[in-house]
Write a protein that binds this ligand. Sequence first.
Ligand SMILES: C[S@@+](CC[C@H](N)C(=O)[O-])C[C@H]1O[C@@H](n2cnc3c(N)ncnc32)[C@H](O)[C@@H]1O
Length: 240
Amino acid sequence: MKTDYSKKATNQEIKERFDVDVERFSNLETGQQTTIDAPLTMELCTEAAKYANPQAANLLDIGCGAGNYTLKMLSKAANLNCVLNDLSMPMLQKAKERVSAQTTGTVTLIQDDMRNLDLPDNHFDIVLAAATLHHLRDDDDWELMFNKIYKALKPGGSFWISDLIIHESALINKLFEDKYDSHLEKLGGPEYRKKVMDYVHYEDTPRSLNYQLALLAKAGFSSIEVLHKNSCFAAFGGIK
Ligand SMILES: C[S@@+](CC[C@H](N)C(=O)[O-])C[C@H]1O[C@@H](n2cnc3c(N)ncnc32)[C@H](O)[C@@H]1O
C-alpha cells in the first residue's frame, strides 16, 4: 500500500522555512543544534571522504544549507570545485560567500529540488548530503536519488550521509523518539521540544539506516560503511 504524503510539507513550505533560518545553519562549530552529535558526524563524513578520495577535485553538496559540510571538507581537501545544491536561495548565497573564501576552485550554485538535479556522469569525487535526504518522500524518490548520485560519482568516488533516521520496529522507534524528546527538552525546555517535533512531523519523512544501506547496495556501491549511529541520527555512506 502506498503511503499518503499529501499532509506533509510541500517543497515551497520547506523552502520558505529555510529561507529565514540561514544564520542558525551558518555556524561551523555547532553545526545543527537539533542534530545529536552534529560536530562528530560532520567530522567523520568529511574525514571518511578525505581517506576515500585523497586526490579529490570535484565535490557536490546536496541540501548544502549555508555550506557547513563543504567548508569542513575544504579544511581537509584544498581547492575543490564545489557544486552546491539547495532549495533555498538565501542559503545558497550564504554558502557561496563562505565557500568562495576557502577555495580557488569553481563554486557552482544549483537552486532546485534535489530530485531534479541533472548531473554529469562519472564526475564527482565526493558527494555529501547532511540533514537533507529526510525530505524525500516515497521509495521512488529515494531510489532516484541514490541512483543519480551513484551515476554522478567517478569510480572510487564516495557518498557520505549524515541524517535523522527511523527504526524498523515501532517499539524501538518509540524508544529513540522518547530519547530525542528528552534531548530536545534538555536543550531548550518543553516548548522548544514541541516546536522542533512539530516541524519534524510535518516536514520530514526519514528512513531507517537499514533501508538506506540496502539502497546503497542496490545502487551499486561496492563498500558501504556506517561511521556513527546514536539514537535517531546516523552517519554512513558508500564508495563506488
Ligand atoms: C537541515 S538543513 C541542513 C543544511 C546543511 N546540509 C548542513 O548540514 O548544515 C536542510 C537543507 O536542505 C534543503 N532542502 C530541503 N529539501 C530539499 C530538496 N528537496 N532539494 C534540495 N535541498 C533541499 C533545505 O533548504 C535546507 O537548507
